[in-house]
Design a protein around this ligand. Structure first.
Ligand code: HEM
Length: 440
């Protein structure tokens, strides 16, 4: 048994690996696994990234004391949101439990009715008919609705002009997030400008939130709770980070879920049967979609799970803080340990015919116990598992049902492939995807 990490020592020159990796990192992971086996190390941008690809090693990744989440993300967080190291180690550990508590199943009931109101309002702004890029359409309706739902309606940008400014700034920030989290801002001027804009927006929102804070904690927004936790000058920075986490993954998944449903006549028919059966007593004007309605549309939820499975984050990371034994190798302290949910979900052992969009495979998940299917790791795991996952499923389920109920939608383009350029977060489409819509 070797004591070394298996790596690409010398076979691919140092710069060569970085270059190949940088061109299409998502595809590079699959090629490297094929070539080097289940554990391999890539040298890129001066860092050692050790990938674990075997399902049996995922538990170690999520639960071992030899790995640490905060030490993996502190530097990227400093670049992406300008939060100092001291502040990060002081406040970050309490953020996940706070968000998880506020977005627990019990609290979702408080958030779902106002969210539905917001979705109705923003969908009506689409007008009676039209066409456009599906991704833009989903963003324009979901960004402002979710922001108002989580951070407070009175604080959020209001009216078309303010909303447009926010959409533009957030889009630049989100698109550059992966590079922005790795490079000093001086290399990314436009992106750095969008970050400053969002920080200043969050500063204003926090001032307004403080002056309009309800006495009852249950009536306070997630932003109120976050600023009660963070006691230093980085409150707006944590706000930007939370805003990014709440929009950056869920909104592309909504795009994919709708595109997958529209692309298959059989899937569309089954989804519509459930949606119409659940909502038939209501008009398509202001439509209420409650938790009870959602529970009567399980197939739509399976479609969303399938979209998440197929378009999961390219990679999640931990820092190795004690040498770690895996597959007979010892992974040295200091390495970034990487796991790719995107590729994990293409393991035919857990997901037969993995590239196929097959909603029925989710029928066997234990929804009563809130357990996903074995092999599914889109929300990460362990102490730092995504605290917004139940909110994400609720909002996407609600939005997809609502838009399909209100509008007759059809694809004008075939659904695009996922862009191979990104490892952080759920997959972005590689190109536009036009749709036509008309109010039912
Ligand atoms: C389909 C949608 C989503 C996906 C696939 C997703 C996925 C993830 C993943 C993979 C992580 C890292 C977990 C780890 O490393 O173990 C994460 C972290 C996080 N997610 Fe999500 N997420 C989604 C939606 C949301 C939403 C809607 C929110 C908030 C409302 C949210 C808030 C967060 C936060 C705050 C963290 C950081 C946790 C920490 O620092 O410990 N996510 N998410």
């Amino acid at each position: 048994m070797t004591q070394e990490t298996l790596n690409e020592r010398g076979w691919i020159p140092w710069f060569g690996a970085a270059f190949e990796f940088g061109k299409a990192p998502l595809h590079f992971i699959a090629q490297a696994r094929e070539q080097y086996g289940p554990v391999f190390t890539v040298f890129a941008a001066g860092k050692r990234l050790t990938f674990v690809t075997q399902h049996e090693d995922f538990r170690t990744f999520f639960t071992s004391k030899g790995v640490d989440f905060e030490q993996a993300v502190q530097e990227p967080v400093r670049n992406a949101a300008s939060i100092s190291k001291k502040s990060f180690y002081r406040y970050h550990p309490a953020c996940n439990p706070l968000i998880k508590g506020r977005l627990s199943h019990n609290n979702l009931a408080l958030l779902s009715a106002p969210l539905c109101e917001e979705f109705n309002h923003h969908l009506e702004l689409l007008g009676t008919e039209g066409s456009g890029d599906l991704s833009d359409l989903v963003r324009s309706a979901m960004y402002p609705a979710v922001m108002s739902n989580l951070l407070g309606k009175v604080n959020s940008p209001d009216g078309p002009a303010a909303t447009r400014l926010f959409l533009d700034a957030f889009r630049v920030y989100d698109e550059g997030f992966e590079y922005g989290s790795q490079l000093p801002a001086v290399f990314l001027r436009k992106w750095a400008k969008s970050k400053r804009w969002l920080l200043s927006l969050l500063s204003d929102m926090i001032s307004r939130a403080e002056s309009s804070k309800p006495a009852e904690p249950g009536a306070q927004t997630l932003l109120h709770h976050l600023i009660a936790l963070i006691k230093d000058e980085f409150q707006p920075n944590y706000g930007v980070l939370m805003l990014w986490a709440s929009l950056a993954n869920a909104i592309p998944i909504t795009f994919w879920a709708i595109a997958f449903i529209l692309a298959s006549p059989a899937v569309y028919r089954t989804a519509m049967e459930q949606i119409v059966a659940a909502l038939k007593d209501q008009g398509t004007g202001r439509t209420c979609v409650s938790a009870d309605h959602l529970s009567r549309m399980p197939y739509v939820k399976w479609c969303i799970m399938e979209a998440i499975r197929l378009r999961s984050p390219g990679a999640i990371a931990r820092r190795v803080v004690q040498p770690l034994r895996m597959q007979g190798y010892v992974i040295p302290q200091g390495d970034l340990l990487m796991l790719s949910p995107y590729w994990a979900h293409r393991n035919p052992r857990f997901f037969p015919d993995p590239e196929e969009f097959r909603p029925e495979r989710w029928e066997t998940a234990d929804w009563e116990k809130n357990v996903f299917l074995e092999g599914f790791v889109a929300f990460g795991g362990g102490r730092n598992q995504c605290p917004g996952r139940w909110y994400a499923l609720m909002e996407i389920h609600m939005f997809v049902s609502l838009i399909l109920f209100k509008y007759e939608l059809s694809l004008l383009d075939a659904p695009p492939t996922p862009s191979p350029l990104h490892l952080v977060g759920t997959q972005q489409p590689s190109g536009p995807c036009s749709v036509k819509y008309a109010h039912r």
